[in-house]
Ligand binder design. Structure first.
Ligand code: URA
Length: 268
């Protein structure tokens, strides 16, 4: 069955302790809470896992466990859901060229299309790495590798994201300079950005902006902070990934070399 739910980092239920617990006398083997172990298998979200656990459908070493906080080690413990043993899911790394008009959430109360409508046949639980606004198009990575997703979206790792911007008017050099130096937003100043003027065309300036943080609607708010507005926004790059070879609305799996390179992006 297709299980599609975002583990978008904003929407993830409370995390277990950040430092993994160690079993007494066990050396290096990390323990995880039972809800996390279940969600990491790709069968569903942590909220789903908590409801299965609460319903008595989950056994650890043959015993029904109804506490989601039960410390578990998938290598040592035998865990079953509805008497079926759990195993680790295949890792998926999906690169999608998101069109505008698609939400980067799993379910929309208003029934609007979501990026998951563009992924028929993907039967793993893949979450989005960061978000793109409804009106933004471009590169979106989706994966069930939660560790890599968290690392890529952690601003401390400064993973660059590049956007093409069509501004609503012609921008002066000093406005571009303001973007480069950082502008004041209501959640604090932005970090220095790389900004290139691509061209001025009629009444509009086209820019390329590279930022290494990923705040909500950041590029749109940066343009507003210099007295302009975004008319069109396309993400063209995330770390070493680009849209090359993809057409709008299509997706592909990353190859092992691309995955290894992406992991190096966060190790720097
Ligand atoms: N910045 C924005 O303003 N919107 C996006 O979708 C991505 C970056």
């Amino acid at each position: 069955m297709l299980v599609r739910r975002s583990f978008t980092l904003i929407a993830v239920p409370p995390k277990p302790p950040s430092a993994p617990a160690l079993r007494p006398g066990q050396g290096k083997r990390p323990l995880k809470t039972l809800d996390r172990v279940l969600s990491k298998t790709g069968l569903g979200s942590r909220t789903d896992a908590r409801s299965w656990i609460g319903a008595g459908r989950v056994r650890v070493n043959g015993k029904v466990i109804q506490s989601p906080d039960h410390w578990t080690d998938l290598e040592r413990d035998s865990v079953t859901l509805d008497n079926k043993p759990l195993s680790r899911p295949e890792r998926r790394y999906i690169l999608l060229y998101k069109p505008k008009g698609y939400l980067t959430t799993y379910r929309d109360p208003q029934g609007r299309p979501t990026v998951y409508d563009l992924l028929p046949g993907v039967d793993q639980f893949v979450g989005q790495v960061g978000r793109l606004d409804l009106d933004t198009s471009g590169l979106l990575l989706l994966t069930n590798d939660t560790q890599l997703a968290e690392a890529l979206t952690n601003p401390d790792h400064k993973v660059p994201k590049t956007y093409l911007v069509k501004a609503a008017n012609l921008l002066a050099d000093d406005q571009l300079e303001q973007l480069r130096g950082g502008v004041e937003l209501k959640d604090g100043p932005t970090r220095p950005a790389e900004v290139k003027r691509i061209r001025d065309s009629g009444k509009y300036t086209f820019l390329e902006i590279t930022i290494n943080e990923g705040r909500n609607r950041q590029v749109r708010r940066m343009l507003e902070a210099i007295g302009s507005k975004v008319l069109k926004l396309v993400r063209t790059r995330l770390g070493t990934l680009t849209l090359e070879g993809l057409t709008i609305g299509k997706w592909r799996d990353l190859d092992p070399g691309e995955i290894a390179q992406l992991k190096r992006n966060v190790r720097k």
